[in-house]
Design a protein around this ligand. Structure first.
Ligand code: HEC
Ligand code: HEC
Length: 221
């Protein structure tokens, strides 16, 4: 896995360089990447045991399931998700950097959590077992490997060869199909705009409806 990670990092860095040009100067904001690094640098060490208790006590389990596997297909599965990504998302909800109806619920439940508690929750969730489903049916969507003519990098450059993710690039494998469709459409419309340098939004904007559907079939369940 390690050598591949180096490759993904290079691919991701190259893409972000490209996207800076693509987006014009208004969005070329390396500082937000640095700000995120800073936030992660001072992240308190998460305690998974405390996180488990918090997950039950603060009502997360009511929506996301006892072990982070939500029954409602509109509510994301959290089990086995990358801990730095979970930490970032929870901070984004708390700070109002996520928009939309579901985000409002999440803003409310995170409002009174501190960094330590958020880190505890992220740590515990990342250690829960996730059914990592990718059905290699031989009908992988072509765009999975990227599309040079539209400057779309391969999904797996960042999300891993099996959709398992890495650090800040979320695990996609085994996520609810409906949630994947919803989130890709929201990146596309700009409703979701908490991603660094609008990296995901710029990709999603180039995907058509059929591609979004095929990608969700591939990664989702
Ligand atoms: C009332 C239902 C509800 C409760 C309670 C709730 N969530 Fe959520 N959660 C949601 C919904 C809906 C979304 C998707 C929001 C969106 O679309 O932006 C979400 C999204 C998330 C995400 C983002 C996942 C991703 O893949 O992007 C995380 C992390 C999360 N919730 C963690 C928690 C934690 C931790 C708690 C408890 C402190 C909690 N949630 C409580 C409904 C809930
Ligand atoms: C250059 C790296 C990169 C590439 C290439 C990339 N992504 Fe992403 N993706 C990210 C990052 C980083 C995030 C997290 C954004 C954030 O912080 O909100 C993300 C988030 C997502 C999410 C949201 C997951 C969730 O749980 O909320 C989905 C879905 C997604 N990507 C799908 C794809 C698909 C499908 C492709 C290929 C067409 C792709 N991505 C290509 C970096 C990438």
């Amino acid at each position: 896995m390690m050598p591949q990670h180096g490759l993904w990092t290079m691919a991701a860095a190259a893409f972000f360089l490209l996207s800076a040009f693509d987006a014009g100067s208004a969005r070329a904001d390396a500082l937000s990447m640095n700000a995120l690094r800073e936030v992660l640098n001072v992240r308190p060490q998460g305690d998974a045991q405390v996180g488990a208790a918090l997950f039950a006590a603060t009502g997360c389990a009511g929506c996301h399931g006892e072990a982070g596997i939500s029954a409602n297909p509109e509510w994301p599965i959290l089990a086995g998700q990358r801990s730095p990504y979970l930490y970032k998302m929870l901070l984004d909800y708390r700070a109002g950097r996520m928009q939309g109806q579901g985000a409002g619920m999440m803003a409310a439940v995170t409002a009174n959590l501190n960094e330590q508690q958020i880190s505890d929750l992220a740590e515990w969730l990342s250690r829960q077992t996730r059914p990592m489903l990718i059905r290699h049916t031989g009908r992988e969507p072509a765009v999975l490997k990227g599309d040079r003519s539209r400057l779309i990098p391969p999904c797996e450059a960042c999300h891993g060869a099996n959709g398992q993710g890495w650090d800040l690039q979320p695990t996609l494998a085994g996520q609810h199909r409906a949630y994947l469709v919803s989130v890709l459409n929201r990146f596309k419309s700009g409703e979701r705009n908490n991603d660094i340098n609008a990296g995901m939004a710029q990709i999603a904007r180039k995907l058509n409806e059929q591609e979004i559907s095929a990608l969700a079939d591939y990664y989702g369940k």
